[in-house]
Design a protein around this ligand. Structure first.
Ligand code: MG
Length: 370
């Protein structure tokens, strides 16, 4: 069923620690299963995507976001002959390194770490699966296969890429230094991530009352399907109008990616997963859809992510992360022993803090500061 350009688990570049194959599962199925059972994955339930966890039960969390990315990714992977298990593993793990409180937490921790090597959430997702999970007797981390780790490390500053590459020559960071692409499965997860958050943030934005359907008429990608929906169902009311519009938006973006990617694959015709890595990015939107997706993203940025009501909550969250960072740096003994005993205190604090759920961070803040 796999296309020649797909990642084949039988030809995986393997794990950092050699393990014998599983009797019934492929290497990428095993990776997916390890991710689902790890602690960091369960924490995603209580980590903010856009709206803070306590603001409402129906808003997306990092967990439901990751599941939606996996669903969209698998659906596209199947029709392109890509490896669905690998796509699912990458999608479920792609946000494991996110801090509590969404982007505000992220930015705050990054600022706190500015003079200690910085903080990047993609790199942190890799640290979680490579180092921080403690589940096996013989090694740290989950010992995932190269292809899953390659997909998790979606972005990385050159300085960090050089550091990783020094420890793991020609490994997961090499592509940031030599300008090649990750696997098509990894490329697909990036596109599926954008499709997922653009759609669900409209849904959550309208549910929260911060976005209106009138405002969204300024977004061509939304307005087109909204008009289609009303033309077909003139008497449709309320949420069903929104849901039908989003459903149409999602479907068209999925079909657009499939069509544009097939066209790109026809031109470059990679004969293997490694050849695909040497090509320009092949999993992509058409030019027109790319522009519309970008316009939607910038609309959400201006009208939702920077909405005064969202900012008010995130300002509080930012202060909480900053306060906790200062306290742990000063009193490492307030962290669990495994973190308190590490030599690189700032990095230990960043690892501990970024692993927290929103509500655990809030409780720690109340315990140590308030
Ligand atoms: Mg994401």
């Amino acid at each position: 069923m796999l296309a020649p350009y797909a990642c084949d688990p039988a030809h995986s570049r393997g794990r950092r620690f050699i393990q014998s194959p599983a009797p019934t599962r492929t290497e990428f199925q095993r990776d997916r299963d390890r991710i689902i059972h790890c602690t960091a994955f369960r924490r995603l339930v209580y980590k903010t995507q856009v709206f803070l966890n306590h603001e409402g039960d129906l808003f997306r969390t990092r967990m439901t976001h990751s599941l939606e990315v996996a669903q969209l990714g698998r659906s596209i992977a199947r029709s392109l002959g890509l490896n669905e298990d690998l796509v699912e593993a990458i999608a479920l793990a792609h946000d494991l390194g996110h801090t509590p409180f969404g982007h505000a937490g992220q930015d705050a921790l990054n600022e706190c770490m500015a003079s200690y090597g910085g903080f990047e959430h993609n790199l942190q997702s890799l640290r979680v699966v490579d180092e921080l999970e403690e589940r096996y007797p013989e090694f740290n981390g989950l010992n995932l296969s190269f292809e899953t780790r390659e997909g998790i490390l979606k972005h990385c500053a050159r300085r960090n890429a050089e550091a990783i590459n020094a420890k793991e020559p020609n490994g997961v960071a090499a592509r940031f230094l030599n300008g090649t692409q990750p696997s098509l499965e990894a490329q697909l997860c990036n596109v599926a991530d954008a499709i997922a958050y653009n759609a669900h943030d409209i849904d959550d934005g309208v549910r929260s009352g911060l976005l209106t359907l009138e405002q969204l008429q300024d977004v061509p990608l939304f307005a087109r399907y909204h008009a289609q929906t009303l033309a077909e169902y003139p008497s449709l009311q309320g949420r069903r109008v929104l849901f039908e519009t989003i459903r149409r938006m999602l479907s068209d973006q999925v079909y657009d990616v499939i069509t544009a990617t097939r066209a790109a694959l026809d031109i470059d015709a990679p004969a293997s997963a490694d050849e695909a890595r040497q090509c320009p990015p092949l999993v992509k939107f058409s030019t027109a859809m790319h522009e519309e997706s970008k316009a939607l993203k910038s609309f959400l940025f201006r009208h939702l992510y920077r909405h005064p009501q969202v900012m008010k909550n995130t300002d509080g969250a930012r202060a909480m992360v900053q306060d906790l960072f200062v306290v742990y740096l000063d009193k490492p003994q307030e962290m669990p022993a495994a973190y308190a005993q590490r030599n690189d205190v700032p990095r230990a604090v960043a690892d501990y803090l970024s692993g927290m759920t929103d509500r655990f961070a809030t409780r720690e803040h109340a315990r140590l500061i308030a």
